[in-house]
Design a protein around this ligand. Structure first.
Ligand code: ACO
Length: 347
């Protein structure tokens, strides 16, 4: 039993203007445009540059979502940021975003579950709204994966980009949150992880940090690939079943954009028509917790996702972790992000 309904009432996204193309990567590592396109579907990624931090991207995405929802930051009761690349290990990036939105004092926290973060954060927001704890929650998925990408490792550096997306989840007479499925299995965290900077291998570990490249993403690509296909399919099926729906009811799937082949395999196994899947991986690469809200914002802006549609968002990522959620699209618009001068944190 829930006390209230919840709906997504505004969407926004933002990507930094700097672009790293496959041709640029050919100059950095032993790779080719043809290999990257064929194995991943990626052509470009947006990259923030040395002076920027993740909250610089989160802020314009949040402002766009707020304006689309017809709200100001003062109307928001709580801010949740999904990110694996916050400005600082602590404080939470949501605190910084709240300050920069001019609403210091509101509850604000981060969710750290890598690429599954946005699905976890929106599910959390929906739970807070449906239980009556808050009326309006701002959820942001934002990443600067370029900061933890090893541009000497061709196995990972072609995959990742930077960006941010946001939604406002708010109380609604009609309950548009139809079901979700979250999960995690930490049996082997090293399948996909950032070895350094935590308590197991702190930054100040003498000499080892740079020598062993501990500050960069390490990944067993093929293991992640197999897990991703199986788990995304299972998550979509479970979330739909909790919603009392089947794949035949789905208007659009917005998947985490990690690899075009993973998405294609998921769509095929689910028996979905390919045009029901939102894909923008060629332009952004994998932006982790930001990838679903960026794709969602673009699909709403293009008029693909419309009122009444059944929309499934599905992700997998480090943990290993996964999540899927089913929404009925109420009538949320997408806001245009103000052009930002990407500057240092707290600028
Ligand atoms: N350019 C050229 N060749 C390459 C490159 C490259 N960029 N990268 C790897 N290769 C080579 C390998 O060295 C290997 O060569 P070999 O056969 O001589 O040994 C060959 O290509 C095949 O390598 P595979 O690893 O088998 O390639 P695969 O088809 O599996 O593609 C990829 C690799 C793209 C990484 C794929 O495994 C993948 O997408 N995995 C999932 C990644 C993912 O989704 N990560 C999620 C991260 S989300 C988060 O939480 C941050």
């Amino acid at each position: 039993m829930t006390a209230y309904g919840a709906a997504i009432s505004g969407v926004g996204s933002y990507a930094p203007p700097g672009v790293l193309t496959n041709e640029d990567l050919e100059k950095l590592v032993d790779t080719t445009d043809a290999w990257i396109v064929q194995r991943t579907g990626m052509k470009r990624r947006h990259i923030i540059g040395p002076d920027g931090a993740t909250s610089d991207l989160a802020l314009p995405a949040a402002q766009a979502a707020l304006s689309a929802a017809g709200k100001t930051a003062a109307d928001i009761d709580c801010i949740i940021c999904a990110t694996a690349t916050p400005d600082y290990l602590f404080p939470a990036m949501a605190c910084i975003v709240g300050f920069r939105l001019g609403v210091a004092g509101k509850p604000a926290f981060d969710i750290s579950i890598a690429c599954s973060g946005f699905v976890y954060a929106v599910t959390t927001a929906a739970s807070l709204v449906r239980s009556g704890v808050y009326r309006s929650v701002l959820v942001i998925g934002a990443e600067t994966l370029s900061k933890i990408t090893d541009y000497t490792d061709r196995g990972t550096c072609v995959l990742f980009g930077d960006g941010a997306g946001a939604v406002v989840v708010e109380r609604s007479e009609e309950d548009c949150f139809l079901g979700s499925e979250l999960g995690a299995d930490g049996t082997d965290p090293t399948v996909l992880y950032l070895p350094g900077g935590g308590s197991r291998m702190p930054f100040n570990t003498n000499g080892k940090f740079a020598a062993e490249r501990l500050g960069y993403i390490h990944m067993q690509g093929q293991s992640v690939f197999k897990f991703a296909v199986n788990q995304m399919v299972a998550s979509v099926r479970t979330a739909l079943s909790k919603a009392g729906l089947t794949t035949a009811d789905v208007d659009f799937v917005v998947p985490h954009q990690a690899n075009l082949r993973i998405i294609d395999a998921m769509v095929k196994t689910l028996g979905l028509p390919p045009d029901k899947c939102i894909i923008n991986i060629a332009e952004y690469g994998n932006t982790s917790a930001a990838s679903i809200p960026i794709a969602l914002a673009e699909a709403v802006a293009a008029g693909s996702i419309r009122k009444g549609h059944i929309v499934v968002m599905v992700a997998f990522g480090g943990g290993l972790s996964w999540g899927a959620m089913v929404w009925r699209w109420k009538d949320a618009k997408v806001g245009a992000p103000a052009r930002q001068t990407v500057a240092g944190a707290l600028a």
